[in-house]
Design a protein around this ligand. Structure first.
Ligand code: RB5
Length: 154
């Protein structure tokens, strides 16, 4: 599975640790930056990762900033993206089972490294449950059509 990853300066150290973890676990990683601790702007990286997922260049995306909030707000502006800000494994599991989340957002200033890596593992290994949740995700897509009037990839 190919994973697009991005962070701002506040998420950079955790992004690097997640990259190492993903490579160890056998995932292919597309790193959209940032590549230093210099101050930068989280929407730039959220945009690259969201586009990579929507264009099928990556199966899923992971975004890290200080809180994960800015990344999730930005990524969710893209129709077809279901970005989930998760602070524990339960949220990570449910965001996959019920919401079919295609981007995981994490806050480096909120999480310890071990918890963050554990969240990533659960999130990547949990499938979408489908069933009654399929209809609910379809309703999100319908809202995207209503508000954006575009073809939305699923
Ligand atoms: C950067 O200081 C911080 O605002 C950013 O990483 C993020 O937490 C925004 O939501």
């Amino acid at each position: 599975m190919k994973i697009a990853i991005g962070s701002d300066h506040a998420g950079y150290p955790l992004k690097e640790k997640i990259k190492e973890f993903l490579s160890r676990e056998g995932y292919e990683v597309l790193d959209f930056g940032t590549h230093t601790k210099d101050s930068t702007h989280y929407p730039l990286y959220a945009k690259h990762v969201a586009k990579a997922v929507l264009e099928g260049k990556a199966h899923r995306g992971i975004l890290v900033c200080g809180t994960g909030i800015g990344m999730s707000i930005t990524a969710n502006k893209f129709p077809g993206i279901r970005a989930a800000l998760c602070t524990n494994e339960y949220m990570a599991r449910m965001s996959r089972l019920h919401n079919d989340a295609n981007i995981l957002c994490l806050g480096e200033r909120v999480l310890g490294t071990e918890l963050a890596l554990s969240i990533v593992k659960v999130w990547l290994e949990t499938p979408f449950e489908g069933g009654r949740h399929e209809k609910r995700v379809e309703l999100i897509t319908e809202i995207e059509h209503e508000t954006c009037g575009k073809d939305i990839p699923r």
